[in-house]
Structures are given as C-alpha cells and as structure tokens.
Design a protein around this ligand. Sequence first.
Ligand code: SF4
Length: 361
Amino acid sequence: MSTDNLHTGLIGLTTEELGAVARAWGQQPYRGAQMAEWLYRRGVHSIEAMANLPEDLKASLPATYRVGRSQCVAERRSKDGTVKLLLQSPDGARVEAVGLPYADRSSCCVSTQVGCPIGCVFCATGLSGFTRNLTAGEIVDQVLSVQEALNRPVSEPGAIRRIDHVVFMGMGEPLLNYDATLKAVRLLNSEMGIAMRQLTISTVGYVPAIYRLARESLQLTLAVSLHAASDELRRRLIPGMTRWGVSDLVDACRAYVSQTGRRITFEYCLLDGINDSMADAEALAAALRGVNCHVNLIVHNPVAGLGFHAPPRRQLTAFRACLENAGIVVTQRLERGADIDAACGQLRRREAAAEASLPEE
Ligand code: SF4
C-alpha cells in the first residue's frame, strides 16, 4: 500500500475549503482560489506544479496533502472515439471512467463506488462485489482524467475538449454514496463550471434518497433504472434493491418532479426474452401513466458468461412503438464503444483476470 493514501487529497475541496487550508499554513485565503484554478481548470498532478503559490506553502503542503489524482492503469480507445479508463487510487482500489466525445459536446461517465452492492444480474460490476465508497475527490478526478485522455494527443491548438456533461452511471449506486456524490456534483458545477442541468445522477431506485434529493431542489437530471414494470421481475433483475416496489419508486419520482420541476428519465435495459415482450411494454406504460418522464431504451451490452442477450431489432421497434402509442416520449441510447468492453465493469474484470493470469470472464 502506498503511503500516499495517508494524505488528504486537495481535489475534493471547494475554493473556500482550499482557502482554509492556506490560512492554516499562515497564508492569505485568496491562495485557495489559486489552488482551485490549478486543480480544477489546469488539471495539475503535483503541488510543485502550482507555479504562483509561495515556495514555503508548496514546501509545507505535502506534509499533509496530496493533489489526489489517480493513476491510469489501463486505457481503451474505440473506433468511435470513446475512451475507457481504469483508474487506481493509492489504496489500490480501481474504478472505470468513460469519455464520450460528440460533435457538439464531451460527456463523461463516472463511478461512485468501488464495485457495487446491488448485484444487478446482467452487470459485470455487480459480479465483482462491493469494496468501498469513493470520495468526492475520487469522483471529480475521473472527470479530470477523462478530459486529459480526450485531449491526448491534442490535434491542433485551440481544439481543447472540456467535459461539459457528466453522468453518474458507472460502477456503483450513487445514492448509496449520497454525501460524496452530492459534493462531487457541487464541485463539478462550481469549480469546473459544468452546468447543473448537464449533470445526471442515475439510480436503480433507492427510494429514501430520491426524496432526499428532491428536497435539495437542484436542477440536475435524475435517471432511474427501472428495467422491469413488475415487482417480481425487478426483484429478479435487481436483487439488491428489493425493499421498494415499482409503485413506491414511481411515487418517489412523482415527488421529485413536483419538487424540482425536472422531467425524470427512466432507463430500461432490454433483455431478450426477459423484459421485452408486449405485455412488459404495456405494463411499463401503465406504471408511468401521468408521470412527467421519458423512457430511454438501452440495448443490452452483453457480458460474457451472464447469458443475457439484446433483443432482435423488430422486438425493440415494437416495444418502442407500444410506449409511444401510450403517449410516452422514448429515446434510445446510442451504442458507443462496443469494441472496448463498453459494459460497465468489464475492463476492470478483464485487467484483474489478466494480472491473475486467469481466463478472461
Ligand atoms: Fe450496480 Fe449499476 Fe451494475 Fe446494478 S447496474 S450492479 S446498480 S453498477
């Protein structure tokens, strides 16, 4: 284990908190704003690189603090530009982060936990169990690391890509790591300048935290992974979230919409022969009747050994039409990075298998 994890990461602190750090070392609080500029806008990896800090502060800080950047231990690049990183913290914990460059925006998908306790039966991350929660700094570090990767190599001066959309949709259930997730949201908004509406928290439906999030009255986007319209099927697919039924979850979503005025996104991962029948589509339409929402259909990204498959295209088309006929707005997630272990948790498992010289998955 590295001794680096005995130090506090500066990434994860607000400008005000960085100012307090400076004050504790006998410096003016405005040094906090200087540190924030280096950390969040310029993406430095060392305290030494913060050129306009006084030498005595730069010499003192490393006794207690480190910048808090992770180490990239694996990187995959897709033909479509998608970048997937495996990032390692000083204690050896590894998480995945994904960068998705589009013509008009740059999006980043971050993890909030090392592994996941929910154990969705179609998910590679769920197979690996749960290790620990990430800190807010570790979540923000993923955005900085992905931004760096998307700009490597920089093709031409002025072509710098800045992440402007972040989805909390990687490894882990964000609402089970509520405080760190919300602090990361606020840091990305206030320190990195990403608009609150461009931040999306995805949950499999931790109902008490949805009510809590509603009370924050933030303008972020909430995406709820439903995947089934019946309690029985949801229990089978999402075994770690069985305490609340579909109606409890939809009620919480109605409360969220009414408190924030924001439309909810329901994610529905179509699994061939499991949740893709016309009866499933009708039950979904009935469950969501009257909710200000749209449904995002996800075509399952197969994980070797789990036995789930994407439905045929005609089934997807019929499922979509059934929802649209019921007046529900439907989108379909574009498939990106299929050639680079795009499904959440696959790269981490593949690297672990390679290091242990085990057969991959
Ligand atoms: Fe956890 Fe999300 Fe995977 Fe479910 S799909 S096991 S909530 S990471």
